[in-house]
Design a protein around this ligand. Sequence first.
Ligand SMILES: Cc1ncc(COP(=O)(O)O)c(C=O)c1O
Length: 425
Amino acid sequence: MNDAFAPRLDVEKIRADFPILNRDIGGHRLAYLDSAATSQRPRQVEEAMREFSEHSNANISRSVHTLGAEATEAYEGARSRVAAFIKAPSADEVIFTKNATESINLVAYAMLAATVEKGADERFRLGEGDEIVVTQMEHHANLVPWQELCKRTGATLKWIGVRDDFRLDIDSIDQVITERTKLVALTHVSNLLGTRNPLSQVTKRAHAVGALVLVDAAQSVPHMPIDVTEMGADFVAFTGHKMLGPTGIGVLWGRAELLEAMPPFLSGGSMITTVTMEETTFAAAPAKFEAGTPPISAAVGLAAAIDYLDNLGMDNILHHEKELAAYALPRLEQVEGLHVIGPRVPIARGATISFTLDGFHPHDVGQVLDSDGVAVRVGHHCAKPVCSRYGVTATTRLSAYVYTTTEEIDRLIAGLEKVRKVFSR
Ligand SMILES: Cc1ncc(COP(=O)(O)O)c(C=O)c1O
């Protein structure tokens, strides 16, 4: 279908599913423009979790009683739901974690385990001379674990820079990703700049030199159709609470063959096949990577969130957010002294827009906006290196989602004029 004729979201109908959006903040209706930090949850997600709690709550993969069987079915059903959503070849490639941060750490710690383990698969082993490559626009969740891993293994951390136009310096990848590179870990969409990265060029280069690729998709899976096979990555990490789901659940997708070869991260109950006092053999993935009782009701909530997103249609969500970015960007640029820290056109970018306002600290901007009921995030957004790259210590960030309206963006812009008035008194 021609993009211009793609069906739009019925935002008012969507908003009716989110009771929190009716909240009053200081006499103003809430305009929630902070979905990149965490999204709101529709009633359907809460209802699915309540239904599970009131009806089928039990531990999974242990008991033969009816509730145990229902809980196992609900949890494994959620795994299949996630697999279908990201077009994973098999549900066994979907590992539930606590959040995107834990998904990334899982791979980092598995590589650390492989490094010290005799006979571990070479692809995961690191030592002096080996290199891990990230980008300069990473969230700390996809930077710090790799810094730590390099420190512990003697490997070197390198990064692909970002250009003055807030895009990845893609022309440098042949210099940065070399025969020494063992892993490339990069974000799909930047949580600060909004930039969407050209993954295929990076994955092609990485695979050409025999490196693995981990994609931090925390800011893309909620906003666009994702096909992990098409993406060409080896691992993909994301988090439930940014995609209408509950907190406390994340996902790591990994290629089956890699999950089989990779040592576990946490060990203990549920991830074993046999245990004697001397030794243990591990279960196959995904169980191998899910030690202990997993987030069962959160998985149920995540599956309901995916149903909700699928009902809206990921193509429609992408279209809606592109329109919001196209609406917001030129209007923001008309605000005196405002600088967008991110691409200025709604092409290869999301509807997460960071900016600075000359003469005003983002915390003051955030406070004035909050007094009008407009919720934005201020600060370094857990992405300090990219702030430094552009010479700012903090920004104000608006981030849109399925329930965001152009009227809310207008309210934000009106609020920026108020900032000037309040602080020039
Ligand atoms: C790009 C990106 N990666 C990772 C994360 C971490 O997600 P979580 O806090 O759910 O682990 C975030 C959260 O802001 C993010 O924006």
